[in-house]
Design a protein around this ligand. Structure first.
Ligand code: 5BU
Length: 253
């Protein structure tokens, strides 16, 4: 199904917005901006903003974080029309994650359109996050699978995660997964571990190529080092965007 036809299949405002902007910008590329200084992240996002639908962050690796970073991030989001995904991978009981999501230093719920959670604690984690996230129209991704070699997120774990998503489809907008998991167009499949040429890294990350990932049913490709470590990240992001969009058009035509 084309992204434009999936807009009405979900009630979640963030999922709707994501489908819309993917169509407007003709991109299903997300960058993992895993840099450690605010300036580097903001510079990267300003350069490649036109190529991406989602900017994925790990806010807890930033060494010089201040609330002004979030103000500048919001300005870039407006300028380039992308969503923000904080890859926090929440993993505690409902009562604790609620505080972690809304409080602390980062106040993630105030600025991250999308965040994600492990399903190992069971459905209480979703219920806790939903209490603070849904009133703000946020969307949650469940880690139904992970990319590294040896991951335990497979088989029954993945199946149970899908069930938890189906029981909370107002707030859960999709999955972190290497492929399409179920035939339900409201759920958006986000796939990390994507790089031209495939392969892996020294710490068990496993890469798929953009074309293979999209043809396997992925919707949003997450590319980190393949882009920010390139000699020219802007040119490289364009290449990823074009390849991923072409694969999407092929697979939906
Ligand atoms: P890379 O540089 O393209 O390997 O970065 C991948 C990013 O996706 C990085 O931010 C990881 O934390 C993130 N990631 C992942 O690689 N695999 C997973 O299963 C999950 C997240 Br969940």
């Amino acid at each position: 199904m084309k992204y434009e036809d999936r807009i009405t299949t979900t009630t979640n405002p963030t999922a709707k917005r994501l489908f819309e902007l993917m169509v407007e910008k003709e991109t299903n590329l997300s960058v993992a901006a895993d840099l450690t200084s605010s300036r580097e992240i903001l510079d990267l996002l300003d350069k490649i903003g036109p190529e991406i639908c989602v900017a994925k962050l790990h806010v807890d690796i930033i060494t010089d974080f201040t609330p002004e970073f979030i103000d500048k991030l919001m300005a870039l989001k407006e300028k380039h029309n992308f969503l923000i995904f904080e890859d926090r991978k929440f993993a505690d009981i409902g009562n604790t994650v609620k505080m972690q999501y809304s409080g602390g230093v980062y106040h993630i719920v105030d600025w991250a359109d999308i965040t994600n959670a492990h399903t190992v604690p069971g459905p209480g984690i979703i219920e806790g996050m939903k209490e603070v996230g849904l009133p703000k129209g946020r969307g949650l991704l469940l880690l139904a699978e992970m990319t590294p070699e040896g991951t335990l997120a497979k088989g029954k774990y993945t199946k149970e995660s899908i069930k938890m998503a189906q029981e909370n489809e107002d707030f859960v907008i999709g999955f972190i997964t290497t492929k399409k998991l179920i035939n339900d167009p409201k759920f958006i499949n986000f796939t990390p571990g994507v790089k031209f040429g495939g392969g892996g890294d020294a710490l068990k990350q496993q890469y798929n190529t953009p074309e293979k990932a999209i043809k396997g049913g992925s919707d949003v490709l997450i590319v980190g080092r393949g882009i920010y470590q390139a000699d020219n990240p802007q040119e490289e992001a364009k290449k990823y965007k074009e390849e991923a969009w072409k694969a999407y058009l092929d697979s939906t035509s």
